[in-house]
Design a protein around this ligand. Sequence first.
Ligand code: GUN
Ligand code: FE
Length: 434
Amino acid sequence: TASPVQAYRAGLLHFHADPAFAEHAHAWHEDGLLVVADGKVVAAGDYAHLAATLPPGTPVADYRGKVITPGFIDAHVHYPQTDMIASPAPGLLPWLEQYTFPTERAFADPAHAAGVAEFFLDELLRCGTTTALVYATVHPQSVDAFFTASEARGLRMIAGKVLMDRNCPDFLCDTAEQGARETEELIRRWHKRGRSLYAITPRFAPTSTEAQMALAGELARAYPDTYLQTHVSENEDECRWVKQLYPEARSYLDVYDRYGMLRPRAVFGHCIWLDEADRARMAETRAAAAVCPTSNLFLGSGLFDFERADRAGMLMALATDVGAGTSFSMLQTMNEAYKVARLKGSYLPALRMFYLSTLGAARSLHLDDTIGSFAAGCEADFVVLDPQATPLLARRTANTDSLEELLFALALLGDDRAIAATYSAGRLVHARQA
Ligand code: GUN
Ligand code: FE
């Protein structure tokens, strides 16, 4: 019979969840041990210190030479857009018309939705992502398909049905009342069932009537422990359109604010064209920004301003935004985030980027007592990174003793190949082929 305790020996990187530590204070155990039981973290520390505390006969997986970190968290991704990743279009609005809406149409078919959900989850796990904040389509069956697949694998996932009742093709249109009713049914069916969590999901202000926005805001108030996800201030044409549709609002973000959508567990994708008043509102309401650099560069949307977001005290997390994002890999997302920051004159250390993909993301989701760190009692979602994954990575990481340089090389040169294994709730859910 399997031992109830499992241990993993590797370099161990995590961030201190205890608020007594500085915000992204990290812990690094070069010869570390992660101890897991019943799907939860028991302890994380130096091998030399912890090995003696293991019950006799505890299996120790030997990952020496590799680095274990908490599983990555992708704070904004569209599972139905998996099959249209890397579709060329001159900007957000033409891309939505030409590719996104026709692709999402097929999710009326539950069998199609189930097949894409399985591929999507395989791909997340191959990339070391153990939690994601996921958009489905307007079809409630697309949410059922997604949660059915993620629940079968025991994953901690957050997802919701898209609400859209105007400015979209008839085949993707709900109505304010229908969308709210379906959302409430899905909350009752899925929210907090196992590891599933629900996100109220108005697509973005242009595709919802004021009646739909009002009902989404009411649901956000009625179910304060659900998530809310949407897009804001991504693209300049989109911002101009919102100004025409909602002339009374002070800003694009203010449209959501007026409907009561700025609250903890509300996650706003992009946040590129915010002004200082918007940033202050984000910070004071404890809503979070999902920063999507591969998407923003791909569509030419703009450059996220990390420095201004920091100065305002905004919560933020990195995100892929696939299908506008060009990679499922949070390592590749860090690579592009680094360059976006450079173009804005700021600088993102690798440690900060790993923080923004683990504990920082968990804090943005108000889930830091559950995932994102190796504090005792956290769910044992973790990833085994391989600094020797490619000849170039091996060569670059062989000639440094610096943790920052090691992580930076993984972020800049790594992708799915650098993920040797992924574990969810202490179970192996991906092992790279040799
Ligand atoms: N704005 C509204 N819908 C979408 C979408 O599907 N992707 C992106 N990147 N932006 C959006
Ligand atoms: Fe998006």
